[in-house]
Design a binder for this molecule. Structure first.
Ligand SMILES: *Cc1c(COP(=O)(O)O)cnc(C)c1O
Length: 440
């Protein structure tokens, strides 16, 4: 069990985050409750900002909004000097509503719609990460019609061999994302960008996967992408001034996880880019990274109230909490592992191994299969740590559970940043056709 960020166990043996007692937060805001540690979010942003040399202009750090995005989060990200990745009109709308500078927004996605491209052009966003030829043609036409130049980065599928690195999920050839490198599609894409009006080529992008603990795949991706940059320069004269190597930096969820430090990632990536660019006689491009999970994951946790407990002697003890797969689908979706702590028994040593389950009607509705905890009782406040990334953003209303609230804690104060959904919210989009309105 690792205490993340500003988490502490106080003299009474109770868990605090950002100087706020977790039990008080649970009482004030209810459970389940997402708790975000602002100091920790900012610390993670600064680690990236400093390690990658953003101030000196070597790099840009673009937060991947899909990990967790609300208007409050946009404000924090902007104030730390980071840019923002969006992948939909909804994320873009959130960012613009929060006043996020449009020039610092990157637009990703393998199926951007006509309406989304128009919305992004109207807002004047910084970069379009173009994924495929259809998007490129459409973007060119829409930008040219408006007399605009869309600044374009091409998403490349580098075909980095997956057999040695099984965690690489999005860099392999068989992927829905991007222009394939080995079969010549990537080069053809560069040629087409040059021909089309309304587009300005800025550089290349790849994202090799997520929750990656090793340095080598990033180093390899940097080298592969620079070789492509050299070929593109030779064939078209286009210069890759920006090299976007995506996100995917691994974090600590459980003691099986051994992430590298941000500094190690930065040194490896910046070092290899410089070295390869020199070797290929290319200008050193500005490096872009897109961390999502590593900024927000460890800085968020979820507090639940323990309800029923079912013990099957010799088999397993199930501890049910008042949320589950609706607020954290990751264990059910891909076997993600977490640790937990009981806020009101935070100083007590673990004495039993229990399965923490949710309240949804699915046997797969599990949060933790094997949690080592002090003796658990109904009414305990159980906190699952490192749920900040892909928890709220993947949440659902399955079983008509309302989505939980989220609070931002900082220096002893707690502010609501997402309201809890109530029954009215659940009915908001229901429509009753007139012929069903008057029961006989
Ligand atoms: C998901 C994603 C990221 C962020 O990944 P993390 O694992 O959260 O760091 C960055 N870039 C792209 C293109 C992505 O799809």
């Amino acid at each position: 069990m690792r205490l993340q960020g500003t988490m502490q166990v106080n003299e009474e043996g109770r868990l605090t985050i950002g100087g706020c007692g977790v039990e008080q937060l649970a009482r004030q805001f209810g459970t389940p409750l997402y708790i975000f540690d602002e100091a920790h979010i900012r610390e993670n942003c600064r680690q990236f900002y400093q390690s990658f040399g953003v101030a000196a202009g070597y790099s840009r750090v673009i937060y991947a909004g899909k990990a967790f995005l609300t208007t409050a989060m946009c404000r924090i990200i902007a104030s730390e000097g980071l840019g923002l990745d969006v992948v939909s009109g909804g994320e873009l709308y959130t960012a613009l509503t929060a006043g996020f500078p449009a020039k610092d927004i990157f637009f990703h996605g393998n199926n951007k719609s006509y309406a989304e491209l128009c919305q992004a052009l109207e807002a004047g966003i910084g970069r379009f990460v173009v994924d495929n030829f259809a998007e490129m043609e459409l973007l060119s036409r829409l930008a040219a019609e408006r007399g605009q130049k869309a600044r374009v980065i091409l998403r490349i599928t580098p075909g980095i061999e997956a057999h040695t690195h099984k965690y690489i999920r999005t860099g392999q050839i068989d992927s829905k994302f991007g222009f394939t490198l080995p079969n010549g599609q990537a080069m053809a894409a560069a040629q087409r960008v040059k021909e089309l009006p309304g587009l300005e080529f800025k550089g290349l992008h790849c994202h090799i996967g997520s929750q990656i603990f090793e340095l080598e795949p990033y180093s390899q991706a940097a080298a592969t992408m620079l070789e492509l940059a050299a070929q593109i320069k030779a064939a078209t004269g286009l210069i890759t001034t920006e090299l976007d190597l995506g996100g995917g930096f691994g974090i600590y969820y459980t003691n099986e996880d051994r992430p590298c430090s941000i500094r190690e990632y930065a040194e490896t990536i910046l070092g290899r880019v410089k070295e390869e660019a020199r070797a290929l006689n290319l200008p050193v491009p500005q490096v872009i990274v897109e961390p999502g999970r590593s900024i927000i994951g460890p800085a968020g946790c979820t507090a639940y109230t323990v309800g029923t407990i079912k013990e099957i002697p010799g088999v397993r003890k199930y501890v049910a909490v008042d949320g589950g797969m609706t607020d954290n689908i990751r264990p059910a979706l891909y076997g993600a592992k977490y640790e937990a702590i009981i806020a009101n028994k935070a100083a007590r040593p673990p004495v039993e191994t229990v399965a923490v389950t949710g309240k949804c009607c699915e046997s797969g509705d599990m949060l933790i299969w094997e949690a080592k905890l002090p003796r658990v009782e109904a009414g305990d406040i159980l906190v699952v740590t490192a749920t900040g990334a892909y928890g709220y953003t993947m949440s659902s209303n399955y079983n008509r559970l309302g989505r939980p609230a989220a609070v931002l804690v900082y220096n002893g104060s707690a502010d609501l940043i997402i309201k809890r959904e109530d029954f009215n919210d659940l009915l908001r989009n229901d429509v009753l056709p007139p012929r069903l309105s008057n029961p006989e």
